[in-house]
Design a protein around this ligand. Sequence first.
Ligand SMILES: Nc1ncnc2c1ncn2[C@@H]1O[C@H](COP(=O)(O)OP(=O)(O)OP(=O)(O)O)[C@@H](O)[C@H]1O
Ligand SMILES: [Mg+2]
Length: 255
Amino acid sequence: MTDQATLAVRDLRVEVESKPILRGVDLDVAQGEIHALMGPNGSGKSTLAYTLMGHPKYVVTGGSASFDGRDLLALTPDERARLGLFLCFQYPTAIPGVTTVNFLRAALRSLGKEMKAREFLNRLKEEMDELRIDESFRSRYINDGFSGGEKKRSEILQLAMLRPRLAILDETDSGLDVDALRTVAEGVMRLAGPDMGVLVITHYPRILEYLRPDAVHVLHQGRVVTSGGYELAQRIERDGYEPIIGTAVAEPAGV
Ligand SMILES: Nc1ncnc2c1ncn2[C@@H]1O[C@H](COP(=O)(O)OP(=O)(O)OP(=O)(O)O)[C@@H](O)[C@H]1O
Ligand SMILES: [Mg+2]
């Protein structure tokens, strides 16, 4: 393995239930960089995230995706996680019967990063304090009955404990109050750096104000149609997608 791994996506084509969704995505994210992926509802952002993690519903029909020089598409989801990929879900699911503490221990074990009980509990406490997550969440079933914002912070807690090499955050900023957004953004900033790259999928420039991404990409109808810097996100906020993607907007945002 090299020190700095890169996610390289080339002409990636993906179908869901025989419907083409991704129609040739090209994207490069190096381990030490922060990239933002924006785009209208239904443009394929979550599809790309799920495909990179190996969700079986998303069928690759062409192109390639590699991380650290390894062909991701040939690996199981478990192997991709062991390689250092992590996805914060847009809609985190509850796992009744599995406490946060047990989930994280099991996840660390399966990644080959097992720690002694005391070290684990100390680190968990530190990370929960940083993310302002109440201690009671340790023994609650993961995401079960968590509020929307609590689920998102719980995702960042997993990220902080598992320390992947590349984190994909799918709308982790949606539904957060202003203080929680700052806590989450600061949490991501604390982890991002030479050891962790970030692909942040978002509809809002607000989180990007904190994260200051190296690049912003716009996905439209399953393709990256333009890329730029932070100012691209500001332009989208001000003028909408229409001037960027022209008259080809298939569906208005919000459908
Ligand atoms: N599991 C699925 N079954 C059926 N259709 C799907 C599935 N996943 C994605 N699609 C379809 O693929 C298209 C892209 O969806 P995707 O969730 O990737 O969009 P998105 O860019 O993440 O949108 P949003 O901004 O609303 O989260 C949509 O038309 C969606 O209905
Ligand atoms: Mg989505």
